[in-house]
Design a protein around this ligand. Structure first.
Ligand code: AMP
Length: 560
């Protein structure tokens, strides 16, 4: 059924708003949910971010509200502050041609502002459960006249342990007439909640794989767990990344990966639950505005966020749940633009990824991590393009005069151009470290799919090598530059050592410049760092354990 917005029973001011928002046609969930919610029926909707579900519940609920009577008539509950803010922004746009007043209530913002807003009289509240509970306890919010209730991302709320809060909030809503429960997935717990609180709901299921996934090119790379970062750097060199959402399993990994990427010159920031409200808002805003290129997030922190223009979703860690994979990659390939989903898979994650593929019936192309040669060729291609653009767009009179002068002194144009290129490329970042062989994947674990770009080389090296040979391997991975000496530090990732600590240890007390430090490799229990030959003695003499990381003294020794 191909419906238009004016077939759905919406009033003029809402038709005007969707027009202003640039929505030409209702999405499937909007066509299905809006008439039902306008009728007054409860709805149980399974739909993910990107399906237009927010407008699907906001339009009818807002239309049902009577503006200006000065009491809260509708309540929307969301699992995270960012999602609450996002819903409120959309609600304000949808209600722009009405007198409806909307307030957002979430933790991390001063109580005073929110209480003042509520006292002035609002028609709709969008809230996170924690802050709403606080306001109920403080007796500064009156929910007696709430007739419409929406629970958004219900699965996420339950997963975050909000069930008791939700049930308590429901006891403070004596006059609710209509409820909508929206969830990206439909686990047993969500069904139980729906059975308990919804009355004969209309069930609306939107299958995400019917949506935009065909617009997404899905690729995977089989890499060693400890080679993921190097592999990612190489892959990034080959991609035209405008905006990338990178997913990891834990908050700590999110922070570490964002720091490591930033260290390599990428505009990357982490988004996770350990950041305070201000930090989270600022990261999200800079990602939305494309001031940073990469946001490294956990599933929970990125849940439900609608971000436009994501060119790449990168699964740095593979999720446990196939639905999470679909959910993650659905962030790219929106609005008719092609998207890229890249998954880095370690040996341990192989089986899990195989399940994801079979569950989601997705075609994932298996690729090889780009080689140094491919990266160099790509760099040359980009460089030549920049050069040609500069020839087209810049007035080069002064430069031409310089070339003429040098040509008069018998320098050939070829040599001059080559020297100029070399000079220009002086501050090019060093090539990412050579990728180590992928761990061995048995045939049962992974079979190549049709249309694969390249087959990953399956090298059958024995694993579990002795620590001596392992260290040797690391040392050869950590190739020194000329004039540098490799030193070993007694702490690594496990002890919380960050690149900043390495620099601090070496330069801190000696007051030498950071330029004396070359490559740094932080391993689990130790770190390898290059220090300029001229400063090695002073650095070693100064390594007396006075610099501490998380209370542990740091010592440096020469690598023999
Ligand atoms: P949601 O699934 O609610 O997170 O919405 C995803 C995005 O789709 C948001 O940026 C909405 O503004 C946008 N959107 C919602 N409905 C439509 C529509 N009918 N046409 C085009 N875009 C829409």
């Amino acid at each position: 059924m191909d419906l238009n917005f004016n077939d759905l029973g919406l009033d003029e001011q809402y038709l005007q708003a969707v027009d202003r928002l640039g929505f030409q046609k209702p999405t499937p969930i909007q066509s299905m949910a809006i008439p039902v919610l306008l009728e007054g029926r409860d709805v149980l909707g399974q739909a993910q971010t990107g399906t237009g579900k927010t407008a699907a519940f906001l339009l009818p609920i807002l239309q049902n509200i009577q503006p200006g009577i000065g009491c809260i008539q509708a309540l929307v509950l969301a699992p995270t502050r960012e999602l609450a803010i996002q819903i409120a922004q959309e609600a304000k746009k949808i209600a722009q041609f009405t007198a409806i007043r909307i307030a957002t209530v979430y933790g991390g913002q001063s109580y005073d502002i929110q209480i003042r807003e509520l006292k002035n009289g609002v028609d709709m509240v969008i809230a996170t459960t924690g802050r709403l509970m606080d306001l109920i306890r403080k007796d500064v919010i009156d929910l007696d006249q709430v007739h419409y209730l929406i629970l958004d991302e219900a699965d996420e709320m339950l997963e975050m342990g909000f069930i008791e809060d939700i049930e308590t909030i429901l006891t403070h809503l004596p006059n609710v007439e209509q409820k909508g429960l929206f969830s990206a997935t439909m686990p047993k717990e969500v069904r139980l909640l729906a059975n308990k609180y919804l009355v004969k709901p209309k069930e609306i299921m939107i299958n995400p794989s019917n949506r935009t996934l065909e617009e997404i090119e899905q690729r995977c790379y089989f890499v060693r767990q400890d080679g993921k970062f190097a592999a990612l750097l190489k892959i990034l060199e080959m991609e035209m990344v405008q905006s990338a959402l990178v997913f990891v399993r834990t908050k700590m990994r999110a922070q570490e990966l964002a720091d490591d990427l930033a260290e390599q010159g990428y505009a990357a920031k982490a988004m996770h639950g350990d950041l305070n409200q201000k930090q989270r808002e600022s990261v999200l805003l800079s990602f939305r505005k494309h001031q940073i290129t990469m946001m490294v997030a956990t599933d929970v922190a990125a849940r439900g966020l609608d971000i436009k223009g994501v060119s790449h979703v990168i699964n740095y860690d593979i999720p446990d749940d196939p639905e999470d994979y679909i959910h993650r990659i659905g962030r790219t390939g929106r609005a008719g633009c092609r998207g890229n989903a890249i998954s880095l898979i370690s040996k341990k994650e192989g089986e899990r990824f195989h399940k994801i593929e079979s569950f989601s019936h997705q075609t994932v192309i298996e690729c090889a991590v780009p080689s140094r040669g491919e990266i160099l060729a790509k760099r040359d291609e980009v460089f030549i393009q920049r050069l040609l653009d500069s020839m087209k767009n810049t007035d080069l009179e002064r430069e031409r005069a310089m070339v003429r002068q040098l040509a008069d002194r018998d320098f050939s144009a070829l040599d001059l151009a080559a020297a100029a290129f070399n000079l220009l490329r002086n501050n090019e970042s060093p090539l990412p470290e050579e990728h180590r062989s992928p761990e061995k994947f048995s045939h049962g674990e992974r079979s190549l799919k049709n249309g694969s770009l390249k087959e990953v080389s399956h090298i059958s090296k024995k694993h579990g090598s002795s620590s001596r040979s392992k260290n040797k391997g690391e040392f050869s991975e950590h190739k020194q530059e000329k004039g540098m000496v490799c030193l070993k530090m007694n702490l690594g990732k496990k002890q919380g050592l960050r690149p900043g600590n390495v620099v601090g240890t070496i330069t801190g007390e000696l007051g030498i410049s950071g330029k004396t430090i070359g490559k740094i490799h932080i391993y689990n229990d130790h770190t390898l760092v290059d220090v300029s030959e001229n400063h090695v003695q002073a650095v070693l003499a100064n390594s007396n354990g006075s610099y501490k990381v998380n209370g542990r003294p740091v010592y440096l020794t020469r690598v023999e």
